[in-house]
Design a protein around this ligand. Structure first.
Ligand code: 6PG
Length: 260
């Protein structure tokens, strides 16, 4: 199995660099399958939050193949964010994950927790928050501890739908919120920074040359020696996601070429 060509250490992060996307996908898929089975063996259930956008689709297609033997019957699938569109809309993160993986994998429908992008944004966010509380048995003020959260990163440093300059980035007392993204002229649903940060593991996927600039910003330069400050987190919200374990960045050389 193709291994990373380089593994870079950063304060609070590990960067796995692969020559090609195919190598990254194969390695990550096998790592995820092993993790999922280990977690189910240890605690009987695997709670996994999916990234949206386009990058993860190829990984989801690989994960749907039965040779990996994911413990689907004991897996709960959550979403990090959703566009405020119906589930059949081409823009829907649920549709992307469904078409790439969930339609062909034996996931239990009751264990696929979709954000209802078709509903009023504030109502849908509150509903998802309650679904998380109920499914994870959370006490008031508690946060879910997903076994794994997958994230992407936009070229502006956003992750999930935590876009720079939007109100959701600073929210600390909610699990899920509706977030208006002015430059897109649209509402989004997103898990909040503290919710994402309470994940036991966070993996960020960034593939392709168009991610080279933002990866240089968030993982290059002074990121080699210090954790970023509040101003940098506001500028690049992905840096605000700080689980207790190192964030694992999955990148290809096309995106990470400039990182040393
Ligand atoms: C979304 C995603 C978002 C995504 C980044 C990267 O709803 O768009 O959740 O955070 O991960 O925008 O998107 P690409 O993978 O398409 O580059």
């Amino acid at each position: 199995m193709p291994a990373p060509t380089r593994v870079l250490q950063r304060p609070g992060a590990i960067v796995m660099v692969f020559a090609h996307e195919d190598d990254l996908v194969e390695y990550a898929a096998r790592e995820l399958a092993t993790l999922a089975n280990d977690v189910v063996d240890a605690r009987g259930r695997f709670d996994w939050t999916l990234a949206g956008g386009s990058t993860p689709a190829v990984l989801y297609r690989r994960l749907a193949r039965e040779d990996l033997s994911l413990p689907w019957s004991r897996t709960h699938v959550w979403f990090g964010d959703e566009r405020c569109v119906p589930p059949g809309d081409p823009q829907s993160n649920y549709k992307m994950a469904h078409d790439a993986m969930l339609a062909s994998a034996p996931a239990r429908a009751a264990h696929v927790h979709r954000m209802h992008g078709e509903d009023d944004p504030a109502v849908a966010a509150a509903r998802y928050e309650q679904e998380l509380r109920d499914a994870c048995g959370l006490a008031p003020g508690g946060f879910p501890a997903f076994d794994l959260t997958l994230l992407g990163i936009g070229e502006d440093g956003h992750t999930a739908s935590l876009f720079p300059g939007t109100t959701a980035v600073a929210v600390r007392d909610r699990l899920c919120v509706a977030n208006h993204v002015d430059h897109l002229g649209t509402w989004r649903l997103t898990l909040t920074t503290p919710t994402l940060s309470h994940s036991r593991r966070v993996w960020v996927f960034a593939v392709g040359g168009r991610k080279r600039g933002i990866l240089g910003d968030v993982l290059g330069g002074s990121a080699k020696t210090r954790v970023r400050d509040a101003g940098e987190i506001a500028r690049w919200p992905v840096l605000g996601v700080r689980p207790a374990t190192d964030v694992v960045w999955w990148v290809d050389e096309a995106g990470a070429g400039g990182l040393g």
